[in-house]
Design a protein around this ligand. Structure first.
Ligand SMILES: [Zn+2]
Length: 192
């Protein structure tokens, strides 16, 4: 397994575990809604911190694997997003019928997006040198949706500072590659 495969697997596992824990909290009968909100927000915050570290670590491992040079992690700090997450958890629990589904979606999306954000940030100032340019291709997750398949653009190599477009629940990752020609920079267009 390549480092990008391991990254994707670790990420999917984190998303699964967070979803399982979030479902448990949502299904509890002996605690108030306010209590659930606090617990869910704390869970998402922890998952995001773990995800940020994963994005950072696996970017450095991918770069090391490709270049053969030691590449320290960037040390991207985990942000405390409590206020935003409390709001999201409140909204997700609002409608009783849809609560479980919404909470689960949030539980997956939060860590997935945090990890991908961290990976992009960790890669963004590595442009390569001597003998190769750094770029990335979109590595689809198993059963990726049509939107992501389109976004893959048949394996196009993107420059390191180009952010990978995502949708909620998207488990695609950036597979870092070395190319002999400089990846074309992307003109900012409406992506989503
Ligand atoms: Zn997708």
């Amino acid at each position: 397994m390549s480092q990008s495969d391991l990254f994707q697997a670790a990420l999917e596992k984190l998303a699964d575990n967070t979803a399982t824990a979030a479902r448990k909290i949502t299904n509890r009968r002996n605690i108030t809604k306010a209590d659930k909100v606090i617990r869910l927000a704390a869970l998402f915050n922890r998952a995001n911190a773990t995800a940020t570290a994963l994005g950072d670590v696996f970017t450095s491992r991918q770069l090391e694997e490709l270049t053969g040079h030691p590449t320290p992690t960037k040390g991207i700090p985990a942000t405390d997003d409590s206020a935003r997450l409390l709001k999201s958890a409140t909204t997700a629990l609002e409608d009783r019928e849809a609560a479980l589904e919404r909470v689960e979606r949030l539980a997956r999306s939060e860590p997935l997006q945090s990890a991908q954000r961290a990976a992009t940030e960790a890669m963004s100032n590595h442009f390569g040198k001597r003998g190769g340019y750094i770029g990335w291709t979109r590595q689809l997750n198993t059963g990726a949706c049509e939107v992501c398949q389109r976004w893959e653009r048949d394996g196009r190599v993107w420059p390191p500072d180009h952010r990978m477009p995502q949708h909620p629940n998207c488990a695609c990752v950036q597979r870092i590659v070395i190319t002999t020609t400089k990846p074309k920079s992307v003109r900012r267009k409406k992506h989503i």
